[in-house]
Design a protein around this ligand. Structure first.
Ligand code: CA
Length: 226
């Protein structure tokens, strides 16, 4: 299910970066640049979550937050505050923000917070599903679907695929696979990784001899192509 995130933020640089990242993560994103327009957008067409900058022209984040709560709108709010606004942070939570993030923040932190808040608000959808192209993985249910069809994987294959999907388009070295999946104190060679990758390819590739999903990066490792 595609969630709509409204970002109320007056700094164009942050808007652009957040837009790209959230869209990449599969969210639908709306923007407002000032407080009054932000409030109006929330009231008129409530999104699934609001990322609300504290210092805004028109109306500030506190005013918007208290106003939407006063109107009985209970959608989650993540407040963006500048470094050192500790007092503001507490005030934000008292006024009904669900979480806060201090600027400057990393995009991955923002995404993690958004997902955490949405999970808290929608416990009925408590799954961790990663979707990349035709592959969908439900981490909690330990389930993998390829084009909607279940694929049976061993535990190690599942962990390898999870690592590849979570960091898709990044090259993961054999050493990283060994360290993450087998642990550092176990003596296993790179060959073990290759064998498991081959087995995984036979299960998820259309043509395992010419893999299109899990591709080898010569002398380095493997990456997942989306
Ligand atoms: Ca601002």
């Amino acid at each position: 299910m595609t969630r709509t995130i409204l970002v109320v933020e007056d700094e164009p640089g942050i808007r652009m970066a957040v837009k790209d990242e959230l869209e990449f993560e599969g969210f639908h994103v709306r923007f407002e640049e000032d407080g009054l327009a932000g409030l109006e957008s929330i009231v008129r067409n409530p999104p699934d979550l609001v990322v609300l900058d504290l210092m805004l022209p028109g109306k500030n984040g506190f005013e918007i937050c208290s106003e939407i709560r006063r109107r009985g709108i209970s959608i989650p709010v993540i407040m963006l505050t500048a470094r050192g606004q500790e007092v503001d942070k507490i005030r934000g939570l008292q006024l009904g923000a669900d979480d806060y993030i201090t600027k400057p923040f990393s995009l991955s932190e923002l995404v993690a917070r958004i997902r955490a808040v949405l999970r808290r608000c929608h416990p009925e959808e408590n799954s961790d599903v990663i979707e990349r192209g035709m592959i969908a993985m439900d981490v909690r249910k330990h389930q993998v679907l390829k084009s909607g069809q279940a694929v049976e994987l061993t535990d190690k294959e599942f962990q390898i695929l999870a690592l590849l999907l979570k960091r898709s388009s990044e090259v993961i070295t054999r050493d990283e696979f060994l360290k993450t999946i087998w642990g550092e104190d176990v003596y296993i060679t790179h060959r073990t990784v290759d064998i498991h990758i081959s087995a995984l390819r036979r299960k998820i590739e259309d043509d395992p001899e010419h893999p299109a999903l899990i591709v080898s990066v010569r002398n380095v490792g493997y990456k997942f192509n989306t």
